[in-house]
Write a protein that binds this ligand. Sequence first.
Ligand code: HEC
Length: 261
Amino acid sequence: MAGIRIVAALLLLAGAAPAFAQDANAGKAVYERKCLLCHGEKGDGKGASAELLVPKPRDFTKGLYKIRSTANKTPSDQDLFRIITDGMPGTSMPSWAVLPDRDRHHVVAYLKTFAPEAFKEAPKKLELPKEVASSEASIKRGKEMFEAILADFAASVGAGPNKRIVLQLDNAGWHGPQNLEVPDGIRLVFQPPHSPELQPAEHLWPFVDEPLANRYFETIEDLDKVVGDRCVALTSQHEVIRASTLFHWWPGSMTKPAAVK
Ligand code: HEC
C-alpha cells in the first residue's frame, strides 16, 4: 500500500514540472547535425552554405528574430519552437517537423545561449489591437473616398458629354459599393474573376513585396523606408522589369514596343 502511495506522489511531482524538458547541451548536438551548415558554428549566420542563400540564415548572436508573438524584442520559446517546426516558406529555412519534439525543444534552449543577454527578460505577450470590423460607417467612408477618386479622375481626363471613358476595374471589395455616384462621362465595367492583369504594372508587385514578406515592422516609417529603398533599387534593374512587364498590352500598339533605355 505504502509503495503505491509513493508512486502516486512521484507522478504528481512529475506533473508539476514544465510541460517539456529543455536541455541546451542536447540541443547543441542537434544544432551541430542539422543547423550549423547554414547558421554557422558560432550561430552568427555564417555557415558554409550561407554564401549561396538569399535571404541569409539568421544570425542568432544578435538575438533579433522576425517572427514573434511578444511585446519585447525576443520571441517566446513557443515562437521559436513553431518556426523550427514549420520553417519559413519562401526561404531556405526548412521545416524540422521530422525531428522528434524533444529535439526541437532542446535546440530552442541552445539557440538562446547565442544571445543570453537578449533572452534575460521574460517574454511579454503582445496584445494585438482588435481587427477593425466592417461597419456601416466604414463602408460609407470607403464609398466617399472612392467617389472622390472617381471625380478627380474624371476631371483629370476631361470626361463629360463629349468624352466617354469606360473604366475597367477589378473586383476588389472597395470598388463595388452600391449606389456609387459615378461622374458624368465615366462608365464602370467590373471584370470577371480570373481576368488577365489590367496592366503590366501589376507585375511589379512581387518585386516590391519581396523585402516585405515574412517581416514585421515596428513603425510605418520603417516600412516606408524598405519600400522606398526597394523602389530606388528597382529603377536601375531594367532587365528584371522589362522581362516581366514588356508584353503586348491592349490598347498599346500591335508592334513590339521600342526597348526601354
Ligand atoms: C538550408 C539552410 C538552413 C538550415 C539547415 C537551417 N536554417 Fe534556420 N534559417 C535559414 C534561413 C535562410 C533563415 C532566414 C529566413 C528569413 O530571414 O526569412 C533561417 C531562420 C531561422 C530562424 C529565425 C526565425 C525568425 O523568426 O527570425 C530560426 C529560429 C532558425 N532558422 C532555426 C533553425 C534551426 C534550429 C535549424 C536546425 C534544426 C535551422 N534553422 C536550420 C536557413 C537554414
